[in-house]
Design a protein around this ligand. Structure first.
Ligand SMILES: [Zn+2]
Length: 261
């Protein structure tokens, strides 16, 4: 998760267990506006095999269904599912097994948003990402007829645009949301946690790490001058934060809880 950063350093940020695993979140974001209910990413879902899950040790009390319910919604209420990219920990719950063991959309009334470049990349995966692009998560979305592609510069709705980056995988989309005078950016895997704000902290999963480096640098400069709120999908503790300039470069400034915004 920290690429070339030595374990003696990153282990202080997120201590690993005896299996060298550390704890991460799969933090989705639900955006309600008018009659739209937009879910950003879905977590890994529960349809994979026991063996598969044993590699990742999913734990904790939260689930997508429980979180929706807590806010008075069910999966049927979701009108849009925005998929930043199609790695299994982002789109696994997009598709479920129905009672006949058929793969069907988990959000039967939703439009699923991706983009053509990423879709084509994911359905013909390279060997490096093959284990992350699972066909049972991806192909049924298209077969359902619920898939639509966004183009660079499109908005999902007014005040909901996205930034495209190509270092982590081809054409990953980061939602950029205007909310009560704030700009919130859903960081997906560009800056997965507050421990990844420093430039050299680039995940080993990234297919083009040097591109990630320059995309991060450019993004952080803009985020600093425009006072963006960074929303972290994978940080186990920090939901969101602002950033500030220090002697040692750009760092987290203020931790923000979603309830506060
Ligand atoms: Zn990813």
């Amino acid at each position: 998760m920290y690429g070339v950063v030595p374990k003696s350093i990153w282990n202080k940020l997120n201590p690993a267990d005896d299996n060298n695993l550390c704890t991460w979140a799969m933090r989705c974001l639900l955006v309600e506006e008018g009659n739209r209910l937009i879910l950003i990413d879905t977590g890994l879902g529960n349809k994979q095999s026991e063996k598969f899950f044993s590699y990742y040790e999913p734990h904790g009390k939260d689930s997508l269904e429980k979180s929706l319910k807590k806010n008075g919604f069910s999966t049927d209420d979701v009108t849009d599912v925005f998929l930043t990219h199609l790695h299994f920990d982002h789109c696994g719950a997009a598709i479920k097994y129905d009672s006949d063991k058929k793969l069907v959309p988990n959000f039967k009334n939703a439009t699923y948003w991706s983009n053509e470049a990423h879709w084509n990349w994911a359905v013909k995966p390279n060997s490096r990402e093959r284990a992350s692009f699972l066909k049972e998560n991806i192909l049924p979305i298209q077969e359902s007829g619920q898939l639509k592609f966004l183009k660079e510069g499109d908005e999902v709705m007014p005040g909901f645009s996205f930034i495209t980056v190509n270092g982590h995988t081809e054409a990953m989309m980061l939602p950029k949301i205007q909310h009560k005078g704030n700009t919130i950016v859903y960081m997906a895997d560009l800056i997965p946690s507050d421990g990844h704000i420093q430039l050299a902290y680039v995940m080993a999963y990234d297919v083009r790490p040097l591109i990630t480096l320059s995309e991060k640098e450019k993004f952080l400069q803009t985020a600093l001058s425009e006072n963006y709120i960074l929303y972290f999908e994978h940080d186990r503790k920090t939901q969101a934060c602002t950033i500030g300039m220090t002697e040692k470069g750009i760092k987290m400034k203020e931790e923000i809880r979603v309830e506060e915004i």
